[in-house]
Structure formats: C-alpha cells, structure tokens
Design a protein around this ligand. Structure first.
Ligand code: HEM
Length: 509
C-alpha cells in the first residue's frame, strides 16, 4: 500500500514538473531548452560553469532566435528573461512598480536577511529612503581619507613584492584592501586584513556567500514565511553571531563614549537616534509614522552586513580585472598612468576625491572593465503583479522570477563590436551615443539601482590611482591566458586566479 502511494506520488511529481516546464511554451514565449528537474542551466547546479557564463551562453543562444524575450526555468520554476534593451528599460523604470523586488529570501527571524538588497515593497521603499542620504557625494568625501589610508597600506604591501620581484595574487590583495575599507567605514573597526590575510572578517565574509544546495532547494520549494517561522536560517548561525556582536558592540561603545567618526556607522547611528543622517527628521518618512523613521539595532546590523557583502567583493573584482587588462594592454596602462601622474602633479602631489572621481580616461578604463567583467552578471527581479509585456499578448504572472542578462548584453557584438577586445574608447561620448540606452548595466538601473555605486567607484578608482601612480603591472606566467571563469562563484571570479608582477615606476611623486 505504502509503496503504491509512493509510486503514485512520484508519478504525480514527474507529471507536475514536466507540465510546469511547458509554461513558456503555453504562453507563446520562446523557450530556453531545459532539463527535467534541473531546469535551463543544469551546468550551474552541477557547478560545471559559473552562473555568469551559463547566463551568457543562454543569452547568445536565445538572441539568435528572438531578440525580445525568452523564458527558462530555475529547477521547474519559470524565469522570464527580457532581451531587448527597450523592454528592459521599461521594466526597470516606467513599470518598476511591477518588478520591485530582487526575489531574495528574507525573514525577521533571520535578521541579517532584512537588509536593503533583500527587502521588498513598502519596507524596502522606507529603508531606501532612509539610507539614500548616506551615499551622497558629500558623505563620500568625508570617507575619502580612510580609503586613501588603506590604499597606501596596499601600496606598501605591493612594494614588498616588487622589491623581491615576486608575483602576487591581485584578487587576494584587492580583497584585503576593500575588506579593510568597508570594515572601517561600515563597522567602524580595523579589520587589519591587509596585514593579517586570515582575518575573521574575510573568513565570515566568504562564508556568507556559501549557501548550500539543500538551502537553495528548500527556498525554491517552500513558502518563505513558513520556512522562517519554522526556524530556517539561510545565513549560518556563526556568521550571524559574528556580525551581530561586532556591530552591537560598536553601537554601544560609540553611544556610551560619545564617539564621532566620519563613516557609515555614524550615519546609521544618526538614523537610529534622530531619524535622519543630518540630525533633522527626514520629512518624507517622518510624516508617515514615527516608528518608521528610526533604525533599530537589528536593522543596523543587517545594513552593515549588506554593505560589507555588496561592497568588498564587487569592488575588489573590478580592481582585479582592471589591473589584469592593464597588464595585458601596456599602451592603455601607460596612457592611464600619464593621466594620473599629471593630475596629481597639478594638485601638488595630492590625491583628491574630486580628481579621482573626474579623471576622464580612468573613468573610461573602469567602465570598460565593468562592461567586460560585470561583477554581478545578471539582475534579478520578481513580478509583484500581473504584467502584460508591451506590444505583445504575453502576460507574466504574479510571482514569476525575472533575470536580466547583463553580461550577455555587454558582450553582444551588436552593441559592442569585437566584444573580447578591451577598448576604453567605447566610452567616449560619441561612442556611447551610438548605443541604445540600457546596454551598460553594471550597477543595475532604475529605483533599485546599486545604492553604493558612488562608493564602489570611489573605492575602485582610489585603489587603481594609488597603485598605478607607483607601479607598472605585468602578467606573471602562473596566470593562464586566456582566462576562464570559476564555476562556483556568484560574483565573476577567475579560475586559477590572477598572478601579477609589479615594477616600481621611476621619477614619480
Ligand atoms: C564596483 C562595485 C559595485 C558593483 C558593480 C555593484 C553592483 C550592484 C548591482 C548590479 C546591484 C543590483 C541593482 C539592481 O537590481 O538594479 C547592486 C545593488 C546594491 N548594492 Fe552594489 N555594487 C557595487 C558596490 C557596492 C558598494 C560599495 C555597496 C555598499 C557600500 C553596495 C551596496 C549595494 C546595495 C545595498 C544594493 C541593493 C540596493 C537596493 O536593492 O535598493 N554596492 N549593486
């Protein structure tokens, strides 16, 4: 009897999955071929290629058939993939209210998940409004000296390798720099990972990205509210305890000793105690409800945690790929160094916030790096109410996942001819004007665009300026060229790592 029931259950499950995986066919949307149970990108689940690479392959296959849109499956769950930049623009901006969420798990009982990236609907809107004033250029300027201090420590470290003519892992060094920067400005503490490569921050930071297959499956199958109430935690308890204790201790220490520092933590404390970053109540939110104007300690922990995760790896990845391409393209490297040296000369040997943020060639080099290697290779959204795709009869149901293929678009020869070529001139004003809008999306777009865009650029550019002013970079023969991407990372990551060598530049400031 039990065996018969089991057989019936298995048959029903197989029929359900097979039926579910015809969803796009039934809707008349071009379907991305899918595998029973595993969906459209089994290579990701089997860890054969990176998420980024799999999405790029699907983009290339699908745009040969349909340039408007396609539909795939995450396991057996439908995923809508807009391919046309005009449609993407409409979904991310004008029709944003249909696609407000990132579709990430969050639950108050797993309080680190209650961060800006994961929140949806009204709670997201209220949190975004509270946090936006902490990322203005005025606030960035306040933090610039901290960044410079950390960049100089990184320079000292590379000095050591250069003296011994030893190769180094540039991703590892850049990550230690960005970990120290974010640790200092978000948590108000010295992580000291430039000097101590195995700091707790790096250990727990890396652990936060490691989500087991079992957890991914559970989140894919069961309603999140039920999971959360049953005590499911996507973030490991030791990671939660680590960030909880660091942040709450800092909050207590600063409050009881009246410590003031020019960093994010200070701004979050102002939000906690006064309801705004400048001490004045934020009108837009305070009008709504007194309770929504202030941040709680748990909310501060969740935001710091997210700033750390979103900030350290994306920027260190960008620095790594920029230095790799500069090492492979010495003409571009020389031209950029000339710009940096002459700008610093004009400022009496000082590196200033304004100069770092406005050097035109540096901007082109960083943009071209973000085009060729967007750290997040796709944007995610969920459809929050039934949506009719403009100029078609296709209706996307509430709850459908949406993936926007950033890397595929960035490597599409229709927008970027000879896409493998590293060419910063793609970002002159004239060349930008030849491309459709929304064909360059490293930070996303619309109201949910990366809130840390300015900070990420400042951090990446300050690191590059400090290093290029002092060193010439070349690729060590331990790096396999052409590079391949590693399979297990969410953020783009080179398989086998990037080894560089640095030679000191003569006659610099
Ligand atoms: C080169 C560096 C960076 C890149 C390429 C990057 C990229 C992105 C992307 C693609 C998104 C999703 C946008 C969307 O859905 O439309 C995002 C969101 C976000 N990023 Fe960044 N990021 C970077 C640096 C940073 C830094 C330094 C921080 C914090 C200090 C940060 C904090 C966030 C947060 C909190 C969100 C969620 C925003 C929201 O949902 O309202 N990012 N980022």
């Amino acid at each position: 009897m039990l065996v018969s029931l089991l057989i019936i259950a298995v048959i029903l499950f197989v029929v359900y999955v097979k039926w579910r995986q015809t969803y796009w066919q039934r809707k008349g949307v071009t379907s991305i071929p899918s595998m029973f149970l595993l969906g459209s990108s089994p290579e990701i689940i089997l860890k054969k290629v990176s998420i980024g690479k799999a999405f790029r392959m699907r983009y290339e296959e699908m745009t040969k058939i349909d340039r408007l849109h396609a539909g795939g499956y995450f396991f057996w769950d439908p995923v809508y993939v807009p391919l046309d930049p005009g449609l993407i623009k409409q979904m991310l901006t004008k029709d944003f209210h249909y696609f407000m969420g990132h579709g990430q798990y969050y639950h108050p009982k797993d309080h680190l998940t209650m961060n800006l990236f994961n929140l949806e609907g009204e709670p997201w809107k209220a949190m975004r409004t509270k946090l936006s004033p902490t990322f203005t250029s005025g606030k960035m300027k306040l933090m610039f000296n901290t960044l410079l201090e950390k960049a100089l420590l990184l320079q000292k470290l590379i000095d050591g390798y250069s003296d011994k003519q030893e190769a180094f892992l540039i991703k590892d060094l850049s990550e230690r720099y960005t970990t120290d920067v974010i640790g200092s400005v978000a948590f108000g503490i010295d992580c000291n990972s430039i000097e101590d490569p195995v700091s707790d921050f790096r250990k727990y930071g890396e652990k936060s990205f490691q989500i087991t297959f079992r957890k991914i499956l559970l989140m894919g199958i069961f309603p999140w509210n039920l999971l959360g109430n049953l005590g499911f935690k996507v973030i490991d308890i030791d990671v939660t305890k680590f960030f909880d204790s660091i942040v709450k201790e800092t909050v207590r220490y600063r409050e009881s000793n009246n410590i003031y520092r020019k960093d994010f933590m200070q701004l979050l404390l102002a939000l906690k105690n006064q309801g705004s970053v400048d001490g004045k109540p934020n009108d837009e939110i305070s009008q709504k409800n007194e309770k929504t104007t202030v941040l709680t300690d748990d909310e501060i922990v969740a935001q710091c945690f997210e700033f750390f995760l979103a900030g350290f790896e994306t920027s260190s990845t960008t620095m790594t790929f920029a230095l790799l391409e500069l090492a492979l393209n010495p003409d571009v490297q020389d031209k950029l160094r000339e710009e940096i040296v002459s700008t610093i000369d004009k400022a009496d040997g000082k590196i200033t916030y304004n100069d770092v943020m406005t050097m035109p060639y540096l901007d082109k080099v960083v943009n071209e790096t973000l085009r060729k290697y967007p750290p997040l290779s796709f944007l995610s959204r969920t459809c929050s109410k039934t949506y009719k795709v403009p100029n078609t009869d296709v209706v996307i149901d509430k709850g459908t996942r949406v993936n926007i293929p950033i890397w595929g678009i960035h490597m599409d020869p229709n927008y970027y001819p000879n896409p493998e070529l590293f060419d910063p001139e793609r970002f002159t004003e004239e060349n930008i004007a030849t491309r459709p809008d929304f064909t360059f999306l490293p930070f996303g777009e619309g109201p949910r665009q990366c809130i840390g865009l300015r900070f990420g650029l400042m951090q990446t550019k300050t690191g590059l300026v400090t290093l290029l002013k002092n060193f010439e970079f070349s690729v060590d023969n331990k790096t396999s060229i052409p590079i391949q991407m590693a399979g297990e990372n969410i953020v783009l990551h080179v398989k086998g790592d990037v080894w560089l060598k640095a030679t000191k530049v003569v006659n610099n400031n």
